[in-house]
Design a protein around this ligand. Structure first.
Ligand SMILES: *[C@@H]1O[C@H](CO)[C@@H](O)[C@H](O)[C@H]1NC(C)=O
Ligand SMILES: *[C@@H]1O[C@H](CO)[C@@H](O)[C@H](O)[C@H]1NC(C)=O
Ligand SMILES: *[C@@H]1O[C@H](CO)[C@@H](O)[C@H](O)[C@H]1NC(C)=O
Ligand SMILES: [Zn+2]
Ligand SMILES: [Zn+2]
Length: 300
């Protein structure tokens, strides 16, 4: 009797432990970071470790093997990472975690890491009134020039209420890119081979980039020729978003840009800008997006 009780207790304990671990792992951010506001180089505060992991995931902390690696010290490498982030997003380049930087970092966004922008290396001639802000993946990853017709299908592991609308949303999103590039797109049945597989996933879903529950990361997609577009099933997705909802079509147009080879643009009104606001739609490609895809593949 006693041993039965204690093994039941042990199982309960293990289960609780797993639940606690998984919640901690998926949501390290907002509250922890609020305690870090004002934190800067030289400070050693609990939570800096999480900040390092966070900026690393966004693509800014590359030298993380220095003296302080991923410990709780706000070191030089983290300061450089913060400065690069602040420069990219037109914040004051303080190198510390200030309110404006925290606010930017907590906005919902695409899960693909940013590229660090070193000056405006793109041709200025097409932009008489400002520099191009589009970017490509490292190595200019793209589909072979002969591959202009791409097929896609739906492979969700999680059912979401929007399943019915997915086909028309994706059709329109692909059409926007087809209209300005050499690509054509076609939906094929679930059990056919497709160049692009689209689906909703929750938490850890086997590709090394676990989703983080509500807000934070909304979706991610692979660069050419990976062909995977994943949405975080834990967001409030909508085709006509209210204030707490994310517009499915806007995010889809953005993720297709990644599938074709575009990286994040620092132009706030470009579809390829990494951040999204709840309740806002941004479905139309702007000229930075169009110039980007044409610079990668040539004109129509
Ligand atoms: C940048 O710093 C100036 C001067 O401290 C301040 O007035 C301004 O609001 C700051 N801008 C941002 C985006 O934080
Ligand atoms: C694509 O172009 C066609 C022909 O110009 C137009 O009718 C259609 O509305 C465009 N689609 C989108 C989603 O912009
Ligand atoms: C989803 O919508 C509900 C109801 O409007 C809201 O309370 C909740 O905060 C929203 N969740 C997210 C992740 O925005
Ligand atoms: Zn993105
Ligand atoms: Zn994924």
């Amino acid at each position: 009797m006693a041993s039965q009780t204690s093994s039941a207790m042990l199982v309960l304990f293990l289960l609780l432990h797993m639940v606690v671990l998984s919640t901690v792992e998926s949501k390290p951010t907002a509250e922890i970071f609020r305690n870090l506001v004002g934190c800067r180089k030289g400070h050693i505060i609990k939570g800096v470790h999480e900040l390092k992991q966070f900026v690393k995931k966004l693509g800014y902390l590359i030298h993380d093997r220095g003296k302080h690696g991923m410990d709780e010290e706000f070191d030089e490498d983290l300061e450089s990472a913060m400065k690069a982030y602040q420069a990219n997003y037109q914040l004051n380049v303080t190198g510390s975690l200030d309110d404006a930087t925290l606010k930017q970092m907590m906005k919902p966004r695409c899960g693909i890491a940013d590229v660090m922008v070193h000056g405006n290396k793109n041709s200025k001639s097409i932009y008489p009134f400002g520099a191009a802000r589009y970017e490509f993946f490292l190595g200019n990853l793209k589909w072979p020039l002969s591959k202009t017709h791409l097929t896609y299908n739906f492979q969700s592991s999680v059912q979401v209420p929007l399943d019915e609308d997915m086909r028309s949303v994706c059709f329109r999103a692909f059409e926007r890119w087809a209209n300005v590039s050499r690509f054509t797109f076609e939906e094929v049945p679930e059990d056919y081979f497709a160049d692009i597989e689209i689906g909703f996933y929750s938490g850890d879903h086997g590709d090394g980039n676990p989703f983080d529950g509500p807000q934070g990361t909304l979706a991610h997609a692979s660069p050419p020729t990976g062909g995977k577009l994943h949405y975080d099933a834990d967001e409030n997705w909508s085709t006509n978003p209210g204030p707490d909802e994310i517009d499915l079509e806007s995010v889809t147009v953005h993720e297709i840009g990644h599938l074709l080879g575009l990286q994040h643009s620092m132009a706030t009104d470009a579809v390829m800008y990494a951040y999204f606001e709840s309740g806002v739609t941004k479905r139309r490609l702007n000229r930075d997006d169009v110039h980007g895809i044409r610079a990668l593949y040539g004109l129509l």
